[in-house]
Design a protein around this ligand. Structure first.
Ligand SMILES: CC(C)CCOP(=O)(O)OP(=O)(O)O
Ligand SMILES: [Mg+2]
Length: 240
């Protein structure tokens, strides 16, 4: 069975397969996205129940902007209604919301909602939910480099002061005490990282599930946790 002391502290999820889920059922794409939101709500509850400290989900990548406008608009409105519907639950359950990604491209109404949700939940401490929206792992590293280069230019630091900790502090995941996921879950059978967290995933255990995201429920999550607990994490040290 699962052992509480071997739980991952930070779980990251690429919630993939929503459109295929809908297509397999002869449903419109929007139904897949709506089912995906429901699966996310369930996962937040499961993470609270199993004592996971941080959950980072890839809700919308910078590449997703190239999808048909009708799909992008539907997703943006879904993020708005989802945030509205869930905010009171998150407040009650002690869930803190943080957003990472290029928020300048989000609709003003969604940005306001998310900023308000960050503000009203900032003292919650049971689970930190990080929503990666309009996020790019490579751009995250680029913006960290720009920020560090500026500090060098302003003589605040010297080039030899640049180390892994400094970069970690400049990444967008500096919104959490546990920036490095212990476990990454990707659904729908794709075996790619797709420009999600890149620096942060250096030693993360990867778990790939066949089921599409809307079908990823408690049984599937417990299977991922069991797989994680059976792994011997070496961080490159032991050669055996
Ligand atoms: C926006 C993102 C979370 C949606 C993930 O599902 P998806 O739209 O990539 O679905 P498919 O991989 O089935 O096309
Ligand atoms: Mg996909």
């Amino acid at each position: 069975g699962l052992r509480r002391e071997l739980m991952p502290k930070h779980v990251a999820v690429i919630m993939d397969g929503n459109r295929r889920w809908a297509r397999m059922r002869g449903l419109p794409v929007g139904s897949g996205y709506e089912a995906g939101i429901r699966a996310l709500r369930l996962l937040v509850e499961l993470c609270c129940r199993w004592g996971i400290r941080v959950l980072t989900v890839f809700a919308f990548s910078s590449d997703n902007w190239f999808r048909p406008k009708v799909e992008v608009d539907f997703l943006m409105s879904l993020f708005e209604t989802g945030t509205n519907d869930e905010l009171n639950n998150f407040l009650r359950e002690g869930v803190q919301i943080s957003i990472i990604g290029d928020s300048s491209k989000l609709p003003e109404s969604l940005l306001e909602l998310l900023t308000n949700a960050e503000e009203t939940t900032k003292h919650n401490s049971r689970l930190q939910l990080i929503l990666a929206i309009s996020y790019s792992g490579r751009y995250d590293i680029v913006q960290a480099c720009q920020s560090i280069a500026l500090k060098v230019k302003e003589n605040l630091i010297d080039p030899e002061d640049i180390n892994e900790l400094l970069i970690e502090q400049e990444l967008e995941t500096n919104c959490t005490e546990i920036p490095y996921p212990d476990l990454l879950i990707r659904t729908s059978g794709e075996l790619r990282v797709s420009n999600f967290l890149l620096w942060q995933l250096a030693y993360t255990e990867l778990f790939f599930a066949q089921s599409h995201w809307p079908d990823f429920g408690e049984a599937e999550f417990l299977e991922a946790l069991r797989s994680f607990q059976q792994r011997q994490r070496r961080y490159g040290s032991r050669d055996s």
